[in-house]
Design a binder for this molecule. Structure first.
Ligand code: F6R
Length: 368
């Protein structure tokens, strides 16, 4: 049952360290070699792939966006993300060497099922990333990576999402290993970073009370915006989706670079804006994000900044600061999403909504 939690969703948020550990379990050797036997495609077939298209809906499509960034970077294979319900109707270019990845927690989402059926009629291989053993989507796919999150009962996806991210990383690293686009030690080092995630997540969850306090302070908000860049962009989209579906609140996620192309006009005094700041690295991502935060703060926004714990550069521009463990940029969504889940869960609770059964929504959408 709910183990003393008020909602399945809250319980599932707190189960994430365990779920992420389970998603990784048995899938790499001590030295960091990946073992993904369930990907029943031969090494030759994996080497022949010249394009990947990941299809999914909602939260699954956001996991797919993170996967695109990781897979293109590690494997140098062009990777597209498409909403399942748009895919079939635009006559996508599919060949025998296209790998279509069907991303679905439930394994029963009709839109995604139809997309995978279409891909198979065109001769493409389909790999499912799924949480539900024996569900329709993996049964109809050529191969499946199960996410091993355990049953997800809350309608809003939480541990389903985090374990989808892990499965995507594993797929990307496995392709890199087979195709030789990354050296063994590079793969090992990322595997070790993923293995450290459960401990990082425990620390993020230990800060839940601060997030709950934040939810109390913004209980009257009418609109909440979320900004991110790179792998933080899907995190922003996910933060906004959680608020829409649970708190019935208008929320939008943007790529921070897009702000000046329009959305900055929305910024007004006191508007809460969550900003997911990329780790400091060799590229300019971090600094660009800090300037975006300065811009919106100068226009009166209330900045709620998620940043690496020792990031002193952004701190002066944060009205509220949520400290994240230090992790590589591509893995940051794993830790950065959790405070946004907690915020949405708590805000919806304060507003008196049914967090596990939001109005108008079903756990698996089995109609197109
Ligand atoms: C959001 C949410 C939905 C699902 C979407 C796809 O919290 O749960 O957006 O992610 O309906 O569901 P699956 O992954 O089961 O195909």
């Amino acid at each position: 049952e709910k183990d003393g939690y008020d909602w399945f969703m809250r319980k599932e948020i707190f189960e994430q360290p365990r779920a992420v550990a389970d998603a990784l379990l048995g899938r790499h050797t001590a030295s960091g070699q990946l073992q993904l036997d369930e990907v029943r495609l031969s090494d030759q077939e994996l080497r022949d792939i010249d394009k990947i298209i990941i299809v999914g809906c909602g939260t699954a499509a956001y996991a797919a966006l993170v996967a695109k960034y990781a897979i293109e970077h590690w494997c140098r294979i062009p990777c597209e993300v498409e909403l399942s319900h748009e895919f079939r109707y635009r006559d996508p270019i599919l060949t025998r060497n296209t790998l279509v990845v069907a991303m679905s927690q439930s394994g029963e989402t009709a839109d995604t099922l139809m997309a995978l059926r279409h891909a198979r009629t065109q001769g493409s291989k389909v790999l499912a990333i799924c949480n539900t053993n024996g569900s329709t989507i993996p049964r109809e796919s050529d191969a499946v990576i199960y996410t091993h999150a355990g049953p997800e009962i809350g309608v809003a996806s939480t541990k389903g999402f985090l374990t989808q991210l892990v499965a995507c990383y594993l797929l990307g690293l496995y392709l890199a290993q087979v195709r030789g686009t990354k050296f063994g030690d590079e793969i090992t080092s990322v595997v070790h970073e993923i293995a450290a995630m459960p401990a990082h997540l425990e620390r993020v969850l230990a800060g839940a009370d601060d997030i709950y306090a934040l939810a109390r302070d913004f209980v009257d908000a009418r609109t909440v915006l979320f900004l991110g860049r790179h792998a933080g962009y899907p995190v922003a989209l996910e933060g906004a989706l959680k608020l829409k579906e649970l708190a019935y609140l208008h929320a939008e996620g943007f790529a921070a670079g897009e702000l000046k192309h329009g959305p900055i006009a929305l910024i007004e005094e006191g508007l809460p804006v969550f900003c997911v700041v990329p780790p400091r690295g060799r590229d300019q991502l971090h600094d660009k994000m800090v300037s975006a935060i300065q811009e919106i703060r100068a226009r009166g926004a209330h900045t709620i900044v998620l940043a690496e714990e020792d990031d002193d550069e952004v701190a002066p521009y944060a009205d509220r600061l949520i400290r994240l463990p230090k992790v590589p940029t591509l893995l940051q969504p794993v830790v950065a999403t959790v405070p946004l889940q907690l915020f949405a869960c708590e805000l919806a609770t304060l507003l008196g909504h049914d967090v596990d059964q939001p109005r108008n929504l079903a756990k698996s959408v089995t109609v197109e």
